[in-house]
Design a protein around this ligand. Structure first.
Ligand code: ATP
Length: 449
């Protein structure tokens, strides 16, 4: 099924996944807020990644670095000088556009872009300036004086604090190569043209892991982390394989630090686009930080006694982009019993609400009382349980389908007799009766898949 972005945006707002930032003031381009359901999905995606990356591994350590770091870090990393995209400006409106996007190519080559854009007009029909680079770092000032000496940057990627803490983690954890450092956190990019809903934003959250290795094992490790990303998306996030593909970066497309880069593309409504990058950053980062900081970040192998600067294989994915992929991948419009429904077929363990509980009729105290008891028990176990006694049962099911709740439990008059309840499955719409004492283990089993 071809998913349309408008449908995803509308569902996101209607059902509390994603709202425009400062909406009552007209919003702010490139910034979004997550609503009650969005924040649950975000948290579930982050814990799935943290579990797979940190808790299930023995040699990957988590950190949570500051958003504002010493600006020298960004000088050493090349971001102050090189973190830019080619851009053109509408000479009348002064609106700026990504030159590579207007030219329809994946390249940062200014000469090539200038040639392709020679006769191209801006979306408003005006002449365009020559392409030039534009730095995407967001600036701020530390302390009361806003002069150059006080200038600082909001981090453009989370990786920075990982490199500057390489020695701290190695020493505090007595870590031996190979080992990784993982981090989840906000990053800021002054994107020229934020667009496609939460696909390209100016405040984003990244999940990144830098794996420090002996250069000898570079190729095998690179392959392992490519595979990790692919398997994670399919097994832990439940994304359909058909919606994913590989994209290897050409030389002119790679970031300034990367020797090799493979992206996993997801079929977003606007076309197949980057979701998750795996990069071979070689010794670029640790060498530069050694040079600029004057601290030796090399490693001595205990067995061979050789000294070298570790190479880094990086795995990096945006939380918001992943959430958008999950919504697009799971959004389904289908007809069941002559009735059209919208259903989010999200992997049950990631769904914002795990189960909804309803008394068949809300004006029958004995039904409500039993339903409330079951609701309480389920809530104590699963946390995210919704009480829904509004409208007829069909309408309640549709409401839960639309937010991806995997199970709905209904308490009816038979329940009063024999303690059985109806449990209805979101994807198959099949209903079965089970004893209320079996509910928790039934749901636990399905969530573990
Ligand atoms: P793009 O080519 O889309 O600008 P990138 O190659 O600059 O992305 P990286 O620097 O490798 O991206 O960032 C790692 C991940 O962070 C990306 O794979 C993506 O999921 C996410 N990401 C990067 N930029 C943005 C953004 N502006 N908005 C949302 N997510 C982003």
């Amino acid at each position: 099924m071809k998913v349309i972005m408008e449908d995803i945006i509308s569902l996101s707002k209607r059902r509390g996944f994603v709202f425009q930032t400062s909406e009552i003031y007209g919003g702010l381009a490139g910034f979004y807020d997550y609503g009650p359901l969005g924040v649950e999905l975000v948290n579930n995606l982050k814990s799935a990644w943290w579990d797979a990356m940190v808790k299930e591994k023995t040699n990957i350590y988590g950190i949570d670095g500051a958003i504002i770091q010493n600006p020298l870090l960004w000088k050493a990393s090349g971001h102050i000088d090189g973190f830019s995209d080619p851009m053109v400006e509408d000479v009348v409106t002064h609106k700026r556009y990504r030159a590579d996007h207007l030219a329809g190519i994946d390249s940062n080559d200014l000469v090539e872009l200038e040639r392709l854009l020679k006769n191209v007009k801006s979306p408003d029909g005006n002449k365009l300036s020559q392409p030039r680079y534009f730095n995407m770092m967001m600036q701020t000032w530390i302390g009361p004086v806003t002069d150059d000496a006080a200038k600082a940057y909001l981090r453009p990627e989370t990786a920075g604090a990982i490199y500057t803490n390489f020695l701290n983690v190695k020493e505090s954890m007595r870590a031996k190569l190979p080992f990784g450092i993982a981090q989840i956190g906000k990053a800021f990019r002054n994107e020229i043209s934020p667009r496609d809903f939460i696909f390209r934003v100016r405040e984003l959250e990244q999940m990144e892991m830098q794996y420090f290795i002996d250069p000898k094992i570079e190729e095998d490790v690179y392959e392992e982390w490519r595979q990790f990303a692919w398997n994670f998306l399919i097994d832990k996030v439940g994304i359909q394989k058909d919606n994913l593909s590989w994209h290897e970066h050409e030389e002119n497309e790679r970031a300034h630090y990367a020797k090799a880069a493979h992206d996993i593309y997801f079929n977003f409504p606007q076309g197949p686009k980057e979701l998750w990058g795996t990069h071979d950053r070689t010794d670029f980062d640790l060498s530069n930080h050694t040079r600029v900081s004057g601290k030796d970040l090399s490693y001595i192998d205990e067995v061979s006694k050789t000294k070298f600067i570790p190479y880094v294989i990086e795995s990096s994915v945006g939380v918001g982009r992943l959430l958008l992929a999950v919504l697009c991948d799971s959004y389904t419009k289908e007809t069941v019993n002559n009735d059209e429904r919208i259903v989010l077929k999200i992997k049950p363990s990631l769904a914002p609400y795990k189960v909804a509980v309803s008394p068949l009729l809300k004006n029958k105290p004995e039904l409500v009382e039993l339903a409330e008891k079951i609701f309480k028990d389920l809530k104590a176990r699963f946390g995210m349980v919704m009480w829904d006694d509004n409208g007829n049962i069909g309408k309640r099911y549709r409401r839960q389908d639309e937010i991806g709740t995997p199970f709905c439990v209904t308490i009816d008059f038979n329940s009063l007799e024999d303690d059985s309840v109806t449990i209805r499955d979101r994807d198959t719409t099949l209903q079965q009766r089970i004893n209320s004492s079996k509910l928790i283990s039934y749901i636990e089993e399905k969530l573990a898949i």
